[in-house]
Design a protein. Structure first.
Length: 194
């Protein structure tokens, strides 16, 4: 079997494999090849010993500093620092640009898939549903606004011409009609959905 590692006189010794060897991440075959390489390469043996020494010193330093205490407000400082770096990174203009790019990419992907894939029909159905909800909401806002204007106009005209008695009757009738219209509208929407 020919070794995939280079000889000791080459400057490109397998330093990454030495690190993986120390960490126990090599396969058995790769480990055997590296062992054969280490037998004749003093550079890699020195690298292996240096990495082992580093790990021993790191382990000793972590064991000797087990009494290290974190500051009382460490979590608050870290969270505040992280939030201050993230908050306000993206402005409204960048958000709109990203949304426009996403829409263009989505349209391109839909066009690339083709009209017969079902994606286009699904998008049309989604658009129709959104348009129907938007239209219903627009009609609701229009009806509420129009009803409010009629009620306010009746109150103002009744208060100026015949005194308070017709005003109270007008308000009561308008409220009854408004409640009946809202109930009728809700019934129609429930019937359409069902």
């Amino acid at each position: 079997m020919m070794s995939s590692f280079v000889s000791s006189n080459d400057e490109s010794c397998p330093r990454a494999e030495v690190a993986a060897y120390v960490d126990g991440e090599l396969t058995a075959d790769a480990e055997a090849e590296l062992d054969a390489h280490l037998a004749g390469c003093p550079i890699c043996v020195a690298e292996l010993n240096a990495q082992k020494q580093f790990l021993r010193e790191l382990d000793l330093s972590l064991k000797s500093q087990n009494n290290f205490e974190m500051p009382a407000d460490f979590t608050r400082v870290v969270v505040t620092n992280a939030e201050s770096r993230v908050a306000g990174v993206r402005g409204g203009r960048e958000l709109m640009t990203a949304a426009a790019i996403c829409v263009v990419l989505g349209l391109f992907a839909t066009a690339a898939i083709g009209p017969n894939s079902g994606v286009l029909q699904w998008l049309v159905k989604v658009f129709e549903g959104v348009a129907a909800v938007g239209t219903a909401f627009g009609h609701l806002l229009f009806n509420i606004s129009f009803g409010t204007v009629v009620i306010v106009r009746s109150i103002v005209s009744g208060a100026t011409s015949e005194g308070p008695a017709p005003l109270i009757g007008t308000v009561v009738i308008a409220m009854i009609l408004f409640i009946a219209a809202a109930g009728f509208r809700n019934r129609l929407i429930a019937k359409a959905e069902g």
